[in-house]
Design a protein around this ligand. Structure first.
Ligand code: NDP
Length: 279
């Protein structure tokens, strides 16, 4: 089992640290979540990514309570769903998530989607600033925000998001957004880092995996780590949960990195486009 220290930490703009590799629980059935998260914690994961919309915050909370781990050993992220955008409803939604998780605070609270057609994300962010100031979230960030949405937050609010969680994998490498984040001290977190499994049959990935005696998933996760992304693979399969965290004891060559970079030529999105989602 990898020790916790095997997973490097990256610094948020609050000064706190986030493990570079965490465990995502999108589409983990609520009734299986506590057991699945328990397996992840046993495998060495300390960062868990859930959301109000996943319907499984209670299961995450149950696994945390059962783990016997100190709260400060864990990094817990949840997200505000689109129909709770707006200042008052965001404040209420945060309390409801904390209640379901059984926690006094989350380490990171994210606005799940900008939902531009609702035009509420600036008001929502003002509520997030309060949630941060009163300690209900140690850090606040966004998800699926494009450059224009971030610029609007910079112009109209005070706190710079600590992190933007976006769809990112070798078929959708998001170079512009990643550069923009770097310029503004925002960490990039990759969702669907394995393109929901679609990348695992890729010939180039398979060749690189074979050369290292690793699996395709490990090669892709290693690529994320070397790219500097925070990464949160999901699996409900115990073997895969354990395999996905074993990526800190090998390195890709620059030639292999270039071959993976070559996979990013088209729009390989597996999820919705942030401009049109969440009306
Ligand atoms: P991933 O890219 O993590 O892929 C998950 C899929 O890959 C599952 O079908 C899983 O199968 C399979 N898989 C995982 N590991 C392996 C492996 N080692 N070998 C073979 N197959 C594997 O997709 P997700 O969409 O779940 O993204 C990860 C996390 O990102 C989510 O859980 C969530 O926390 C976050 N997310 C955030 C979004 C946002 O809008 N902010 C949107 C989507 C995701 P199985 O489970 O059957 O083992």
């Amino acid at each position: 089992m990898p020790s916790q220290s095997a997973v490097p930490a990256l610094k948020l703009n609050t000064g706190a640290e986030i493990p570079q590799l965490g465990f995502g629980v999108f589409q983990v059935p609520p009734e299986d979540t506590a057991e699945t998260v328990r397996i992840a914690l046993d495998a060495g994961y300390r960062s868990i990514d859930t959301a109000a919309a996943y319907g499984n915050e209670e299961g995450v909370g149950q696994a945390i309570a059962d783990s016997g781990l100190d709260r400060d050993e864990l990094f817990i992220t949840t997200k505000l769903w689109n129909n709770d955008q707006g200042r008052q409803s965001a404040l209420r939604a945060c309390d409801a998530s904390l209640e379901r998780l059984g926690l006094d605070y989350v380490d990171l609270y994210l606005v799940h989607w900008p939902a531009p057609s609702q035009d509420l994300y600036v008001d929502t962010w003002r509520a997030f600033e309060e949630i941060h100031a009163d300690g209900r979230a140690r850090a606040i960030g966004v998800s699926n925000f494009q450059i224009a949405h971030l610029e609007r937050l910079f112009d109209e609010t005070e706190v710079v998001p600590a992190l933007n969680q976006i769809e990112l994998h070798p078929r959708l490498q998001q170079p512009e957004l990643r550069d923009f984040h770097q310029e503004h001290g925002i960490l990039t977190e990759a969702w669907s880092p394995l393109a929901q499994g679609e990348l695992l049959d890729d010939r180039i990935v398979a060749e690189i995996a074979e050369a290292h005696g690793r699996t395709p998933a490990q090669v892709i996760l290693r690529w994320h780590v070397e790219t500097g992304n925070v990464v949160i693979p999901k699996s409900v399969t115990p073997e895969r949960i354990r395999e996905n965290i074993e990526v800190f004891d090998f390195e890709l060559s620059s030639e292999e990195t270039d071959r993976i970079a070559g996979l990013g030529s088209g729009d390989g999105r597996v999820g919705p486009h942030p401009e049109s989602f969440g009306s």
